[in-house]
Design a protein around this ligand. Structure first.
Ligand SMILES: Nc1ncnc2c1ncn2[C@@H]1O[C@H](COP(=O)(O)OP(=O)(O)OP(=O)(O)O)[C@@H](O)[C@H]1O
Ligand SMILES: [Mg+2]
Length: 252
């Protein structure tokens, strides 16, 4: 059984079909990426799955549970996380406090796929916070206020806050946007670690094609709200429809 499935998912804004009959599935432990030109509907797909937007029609199922109609908080409690936008960082709190707040907020979650890995109590929150800070390589900056972090570290703190909610499936919307090559490399190794050591399933939206081809098990390509291609990195690299959508038929 797929961990996540959408069936004929459609979202319209007035006359615009931002999502047009999107049917995809993601298996546990996979890293799938979603690519597509600006305005293709990538963020809308994430927002519709995670409950920020209500679909116009279609279904979303996570671990057998119907997500349509649930609010974002309920969906997060089921084990579906996302790396939050910078706006959700508390700038005056320290890095450690930011992670702790998110961890406390979701402690005692009632159900997740990895339910049995959970333990109750404050020790668990503290332990999880330290493990996250270590993984995200923010431990040395844990006592700094969030506002004092350089840009790349702030973006990684967003990922840390997303991780603090203890997700089994994590959505990341352009985690390397605006990062230097060094910061991007660090983020890619972090993504690998989440897959290997944290048994996570990752749904990545990214514009950096080197990152996409490097880390993805499978890639979905969205254009004008519709999936136009799906496959392995090699299949997508050589797909004429993908080349057409991106570069008018050129190389990717
Ligand atoms: N809340 C909204 N109200 C109206 N139109 C919207 C809304 N959100 C997105 N859209 C429109 O839906 C389409 C898809 O937008 P979306 O943000 O999902 O694209 P995207 O693939 O994430 O693009 P980008 O690569 O630039 O982030 C665009 O035409 C956008 O203008
Ligand atoms: Mg977007």
């Amino acid at each position: 059984m797929a961990l996540l499935e959408t069936r004929n998912l459609t979202k319209t804004f007035g006359g615009l079909r931002a999502l047009d009959d999107v049917t995809i599935s993601v298996d546990q432990g996979e890293l799938v990426s979603l690519i597509g030109p600006n305005g293709a509907g990538k963020s809308t797909l994430i927002n519709t799955i995670t409950g920020m937007l209500e679909p116009t029609s279609g279904d979303v199922t996570y671990a057998g549970t119907d997500l349509v109609g649930l609010d974002p908080f309920e969906i997060a409690h089921l084990g579906v996380g996302r790396s939050f936008q910078t706006a959700s960082i508390f700038p005056e709190l320290t890095v450690r406090e930011n992670v702790q707040v998110a961890a406390f907020a979701t402690e005692h979650g009632s159900f997740s796929v990895n339910f049995f890995k959970r333990r109750d109590g404050y020790d668990d929150v503290r332990e999880r916070t330290e493990r996250i800070l270590e993984t995200i390589e923010l431990k040395d900056d844990a006592a700094e206020t969030a506002k004092s972090l350089p840009y790349g570290d702030k973006r990684r703190l967003e990922v840390a806050i997303g991780l603090a909610t203890d997700p089994d499936l994590m959505f990341m919307d352009e985690p390397t946007a605006g990062m230097s090559p060094g910061e991007t490399e660090m983020t890619v190794s972090l993504i690998r670690e989440l897959l290997q050591d944290w048994d996570m399933t990752i749904f990545l939206v990214e514009h950096d094609m080197d990152v996409i081809f490097d880390v993805s098990d499978r890639i979905f390509t969205l254009n004008e709200g519709a999936i136009i291609a799906r496959g392995t990195p090699d299949e997508i690299r050589n797909d004429p429809a993908v080349r057409e959508a991106y570069l008018g038929g050129g190389e990717i």
